[in-house]
Design a protein. Structure first.
Ligand code: CAA
Length: 386
């Protein structure tokens, strides 16, 4: 049975900061961000937009009423959870009006969670071919003002509908994972921002890739020559490029082709920043919507990496007519976001919800987005759908 991605959607918050402005404010050469990190802009989420509202918005963009009656599992992968106990998927299930007899869960392993969700969705469809699974990767990447990771921050969500006989991409059964108990990027329960061993994290990203790819090649017999394109986890675009170069150095011909596709696969990531679990799938969306070189049946290689660390290499094949299920004007939509100066970015991105003695929010800013957090009442988050 063919199982894979039938639909894919994306949502970013409506605010953005130009990294040239951030560089000027931090007294850093703008080329460090533009060329050194290969990033141009970063999405900024106000306090009324969290992983629930962004996830619901990404999913709402692709789901029909019929889909909502057929989905029987909602999986949200995230690093930036809103609750230690209740799954964001339960809030999203409610906001979208998905039929009640569904399983809704959250998965965590840094930037890898949604990839695990995709595998679970695939197994579920193999068992129940008539069902549909909604997999959402939703994150807000915040490192703090003037921190090393600040120019790689971002926010956004990717939603994928996983079904039998998918219309965009068939996922193959060639997955190879690796787990390494390391501390390269982590966030203790008492911390707002992650703790990072920056240089070590970049080395681990690449070493996990090269060692897992060796194992993948041994297991599957596939080589880089078999792939039309590669999508990697993109904490910042230069990291993905370095990863590709590390596995491609023994095959310059494939590396040249995959590098051309790579630049098409980071068009959106450069404008949004890191969205942790969703970054690899935003890269897929960018590839599909910005490449004219791809053909049906082309095979795409994936490298998912979550610090801590778990990684996975897998592949998928494009389905004839996949272009009909995309959104060709997405770049235009991204250009319409409100540009913030650096002091407004600092005020909006790092604003904290103030609670009174009953656990209720004082007053949240107005937000006209399709889904928004309106208030907290007795420690309960209250969302509204426009
Ligand atoms: N012009 C052009 N390039 C310049 C430059 C200039 N004026 N100044 C510096 N650069 C280049 C540097 O040469 C370097 O490029 P190379 O790595 O190719 O040599 C690049 O810009 C970055 O410079 P630094 O290494 O000096 O930057 P830094 O130390 O300030 O920070 C970082 C880099 C450690 C990655 C930091 O951004 C960070 O901590 N990021 C968060 C952690 C992260 O993203 N890790 C990635 C792997 S972990 C993961 O993937 C999970 C996840 O999502 C977090």
């Amino acid at each position: 049975m063919k199982i894979g991605i039938d639909k894919i959607g994306f949502a970013a918050p409506d605010y953005v900061v130009d990294l040239a402005d951030l560089a000027a404010a931090r007294n850093i050469d703008p080329n460090k961000y533009k060329l050194g990190l290969l990033q141009s802009e970063m999405a900024v989420s106000p306090v009324t937009q969290d992983i629930v509202t962004l996830g619901a918005r990404a999913a709402q963009a692709i789901l029909t009423d019929l889909d909502k009656t057929q989905i029987d599992m909602v999986i949200v992968g995230t690093e930036s959870s809103v609750d230690q106990s209740k799954a964001a998927a339960v809030f999203i299930h409610g906001l979208l009006g998905i039929q009640p007899f569904a399983r809704s869960i959250e998965m965590k392993e840094a930037c890898y969670g949604a990839t695990a969700g995709l595998s679970l969705a695939k197994s579920h469809i193999a068992q129940f071919p008539d069902s549909k699974v909604l997999v959402i990767a939703s994150d807000i990447a915040k490192y703090g003002i003037a921190s090393g990771g600040e120019p790689t921050q971002g926010a956004g969500a990717v939603a994928m509908l996983v079904t039998a006989n998918p219309r965009i991409m068939v996922l193959n059964n060639d997955n190879v994972c690796q787990t390494r108990d390391i501390m390269d990027f982590w966030r203790p329960n008492y911390d707002k921002y992650p703790r990072i061993d920056g240089r070590f994290s970049t080395e681990q990203y690449t070493n996990c890739l090269t060692t897992t790819f060796d194992h993948y090649q041994q297991k599957t017999g596939k080589t880089l020559a078999d792939f039309a394109a590669m999508c990697l986890h993109i904490p910042f675009s230069k990291q993905g490029l370095k990863g590709l170069q590390a596995i491609g150095k023994k095959d310059p011909e494939s590396l040249e082709r995959l590098t051309e596709r790579f630049h098409e696969a980071i068009v959106y990531n450069k404008l949004v920043g890191n969205i942790y679990t969703g970054s690899i799938f935003l890269s897929l969306l960018s590839l599909l919507e910005n490449s004219r070189a791809l053909k049906p049946a082309d095979q795409v290689l994936f490298y998912s990496y979550g610090s801590g660390a778990v990684c996975e290499i897998f592949s998928g094949n494009l389905v004839e007519g996949y272009q009909d299920y995309l959104q060709p004007d997405r770049l235009e939509v991204l250009k319409q976001r409100t540009r913030l100066n650096v002091s407004d970015y600092e005020r909006i991105f790092f604003e904290e919800i103030q609670l009174d003695e009953t656990g209720s929010s004082i007053q949240l800013p107005e937000d006209s987005s399709p889904f928004a957090l309106t208030k907290i009442e007795n420690h309960q988050r209250i969302y509204r759908k426009a």
